[in-house]
Write a new protein. Structure first.
Length: 305
C-alpha cells in the first residue's frame, strides 16, 4: 500500500505546484493586461504632444462666430440598441454648455425630433450642419458621445494648430482627424462657404452607403469615400487632417483582442489617438456602454477640479 501511495502523493505535489504558480502568475497577467491602458492614459506626461504649433495666448477676433453642434438620437436609436445613446446627451450637453459659455461660443444641442426617421440617426448630422452653416463662421460638430475634458483649450487654438494661421476666413473648409479606419465623422470642423454647402449636399446624397445595423450607419463610410476621391488640388485647398488624432478626437483605450492587435502592429496610430489626461476631448466611439463611460469621465473631471 505504501508503494502505491507514492505516485499519488507525487501527483498531488505537482498539482499544488501548478496551483501556486497560477496564483503567482495570475496577478502578474492582470497587471500586464492593464499596463497599456495605464501608460496610454499618461501619454501626454510621457512626451506626447497633441497640440503643437499654437501660441499659448491666441488673440481671438471678436467678429468670429463659432458654434458647437451636437444631436441626440436616443429616441430614434431605441433603448435596446447595442450602442444606445439613451441618457448620454443630457450629461454631455451640460459639459459642452459650460465650455461654450466660458469661451463665448454657441451650443446647438438638437433634440431627437431633429433626426430624419428615414435614415439611421447619425446621418442627420449632415442636415443639422447644413441648417446652421450660414449662421456662423465655423461649426464644430461632435457626436453626443463626446466630452470636453480640457476646457482650457479654445477652439481657435485647435484650428490654428491645423491651419497654421489665425485668419480663419481665409482657410480650408473642413478639418478632420483620422483613426484606424481613415477619417472620422464623429468630431470635425466645417467652415461657412459655398464649398462646404456643396460638400454637405453631396455627402447627404450618398444614399448607397446608408446602412441599418446595430453598429454602422454608413455616414462615416460615405465621408471617407468623398475624401478619398477628392482631387489633390481640391484636397489641398479645402481639407486638412490633423496630424494627431488626440488634438480633438481622442478614444479611450480598452483592452480587447482588436485593440491589443492594433497596439502591437499599429502602435503609432494607437499612440496618436488614445485618450490621455490633458486631451481636449474624449470620444466614446465604438463603445457600447456610452452612458456608463460618460458618467465615469464626468466623475473623473469633477474629481480633478
Amino acid at each position: 500500500m505504501a508503494e502505491r501511495s507514492r505516485p499519488r502523493r507525487a501527483v498531488d505535489h505537482r498539482h499544488r505546484l501548478r496551483l501556486r504558480r497560477l496564483l503567482v502568475l495570475l496577478p502578474l497577467a492582470l497587471l500586464l493586461s492593464q499596463l497599456p491602458a495605464l501608460l496610454l492614459r499618461r501619454a501626454n506626461s510621457l512626451g506626447r504632444r497633441c497640440l503643437p504649433g499654437a501660441p499659448d495666448r491666441l488673440v481671438r477676433d471678436p467678429r468670429l462666430s463659432l458654434a458647437i453642434v451636437t444631436l441626440a438620437d436616443e429616441g430614434a436609436s431605441g433603448s435596446r440598441a447595442r450602442r444606445s445613446f439613451r441618457g448620454v446627451l443630457a450629461a454631455t450637453a451640460r459639459n459642452k454648455r459650460a465650455y461654450a459659455a466660458a469661451h463665448g461660443y454657441r451650443l446647438v444641442a438638437l433634440p431627437a425630433s431633429a433626426v430624419d426617421p428615414r435614415r439611421p440617426p447619425s446621418w442627420s448630422k449632415v442636415l443639422a450642419l447644413r441648417a446652421h452653416l450660414r449662421r456662423h463662421h465655423w461649426l464644430f460638430w461632435n457626436d453626443a458621445d463626446t466630452l470636453v475634458t480640457n476646457p482650457e483649450i479654445p477652439l481657435e487654438r485647435i484650428l490654428f494648430s491645423v491651419i497654421g494661421h489665425s485668419d480663419f476666413d481665409d482657410s480650408p473648409d473642413l478639418v478632420l482627424t483620422e483613426d484606424f479606419g481613415g477619417v472620422n465623422a464623429g468630431v470635425f470642423f466645417i467652415r461657412r462657404s459655398k464649398w462646404s454647402e456643396r460638400f454637405l449636399d453631396t455627402w447627404w446624397n450618398q444614399t448607397s452607403f446608408v446602412q441599418f445595423s446595430s453598429t454602422k450607419s454608413g455616414d462615416n463610410a460615405a465621408l471617407k469615400h468623398l475624401i478619398d476621391h477628392l482631387s489633390a488640388e481640391e484636397m489641398q485647398a479645402h481639407v486638412r487632417i490633423a496630424k494627431m488624432q488626440c488634438l480633438f478626437n481622442s478614444y479611450p483605450w480598452v483592452l480587447t483582442w482588436k485593440s491589443a492587435h492594433r497596439l502591437i502592429f499599429h502602435l503609432p496610430t494607437t499612440w496618436k489617438g488614445a485618450y490621455s489626461d490633458g486631451d481636449f476631448m474624449i470620444h466614446f466611439a465604438g463603445l457600447d456602454d456610452k452612458k456608463g463611460w460618460t458618467n465615469k469621465i464626468v466623475g473623473d473631471i469633477e474629481t480633478l477640479r
